[in-house]
Design a protein around this ligand. Sequence first.
Ligand SMILES: O=C(O)CCC(=O)C(=O)O
Ligand SMILES: [Fe+2]
Length: 265
Amino acid sequence: MPEKIEMAKTVNEFRVGSVPTVFYIPDFITDSEHDQLLNTIYDAPISKWKSLKNRRLQNWGGVVHEKGLIAQDLPPWLTRITRRINEKSGLFPSSINHVLINEYLPNQGIMPHQDGPAYYPVVAILSLGSPVVIDFTPHPNLSIRVGTRENSVDDEISDQEAAVRNSCEQLDNFHPFSIILMPRSLLIFKDMVYSDYLHGIKDSEVQGCNKAVNVTNVQNHGVLQHSSGSAKALDIDDTVICRASTRVSLTCRLVTKVYKSIFKF
Ligand SMILES: O=C(O)CCC(=O)C(=O)O
Ligand SMILES: [Fe+2]
């Protein structure tokens, strides 16, 4: 039992930004684990990759349906990582059972989106390769739901919930923010950031990071570049990162409703 308390304390030490449910853990894996993971990912048969318009992905753990997961066991090279995430974070009620691997070229990204109701509302993203900036923006519906109560015909939130959200807004919580994801780092976000924010990565090689809440964490890594004073005058980010190489991420999640596959693979 004391162990669990110790773990919970550990993850709280990595909170970043003004929202209480975002954690950034630098150096979550070692250099050699990083390189081994990349080798194993690129050793997978080409058929394991699914190409989308703006990125490629590998799906591990089974197929996620609206009603749950048609589960397949994760391979040991992934459970080594997911077990560590489970143990170190103490934030998942059971073992992570799904991993999505995304690959982005320097001019690729992922549209602002939410991960949806199929998953338990905690996401852990392990980053490999090029640094990148992930942007969080309050869900557009949120301002309508929190703001104008009088014209909210389809509004299903209770007055109590509205009051909580209003007070959150007054606390200045619902603002866009960004996080710089360095290779080997683990990002965890959960609860209201999971449900009330969109997250996305811009498809540009140069990414602004004035709004990054972990700038101080990465200052000594030599990835930040500063442009001239005119950027500030034009209200453009004057601190940027330049993505020179491919980024690979492992999005680790838990689907609580699981169906065992009737097929053998
Ligand atoms: O690559 C990332 O860091 C984000 C991936 C993501 O948002 C997702 O897989 O849902
Ligand atoms: Fe996502």
